[in-house]
Design a protein around this ligand. Sequence first.
Ligand code: GDP
Ligand code: MG
Length: 192
Amino acid sequence: RKSCVSDSSDSVISSGSDSEGQVYKVVLLGEHGVGKSSLARIFGGVEDSNDCEETGNTYDRSLIVDDEETSILLYDIWEQDNSGWLKDQCMRMGDAYIIVYSVTDKSSFEKASELRIQLRRARQSENIPIILVGNKSDLVRSREVSMDEGSACAVVFDCKFIETSASLHHNVRDLFEGIVRQIRLRKDSKEE
Ligand code: GDP
Ligand code: MG
């Protein structure tokens, strides 16, 4: 078993399934270099190993959010290969999505919008939880995308928004707790 997430050890416990035995698949999307694997490693409780460029990791953890446990399988496989098949799979398999851009890279922000549109196309009638993430908020001086631009984009795309810094572990816990809360909201509204 991997150790706890370092910035949120009290909200993360070892892997397992929730009382209903359901595991939610969360897929990371975004351009190369925006910080997907860094965020995934924090979620998975793997300490920073900046220069390992491995791809295709999946992290299995349970989070206790609002006194309730939820199991998440986080997929960092978007860049595993360039086959259209895998990308297509990614668009179909997720129960929820984290679309990441870097606040220091305008083109990654534009790419995030494209991904949101692709996702909407692939899953037309479904109301899937999505969080738009502006990562690298610590790099103040090389910022190219303002927080206002990010949140305005999220309003247009009808999804949640958060800025994070994987380097400083800032808001990373809020991000994953946020995705759990969104999954629960959608689940509850479906059950009604
Ligand atoms: P991926 O290609 O989307 O998986 O991105 P990586 O997680 O591999 O990160 C790409 C590079 O950006 C690495 O050198 C990371 O150390 C760096 N990086 C990731 N997140 C942050 C962050 O929040 N702040 C800073 N300053 N660098 C980051
Ligand atoms: Mg990566």
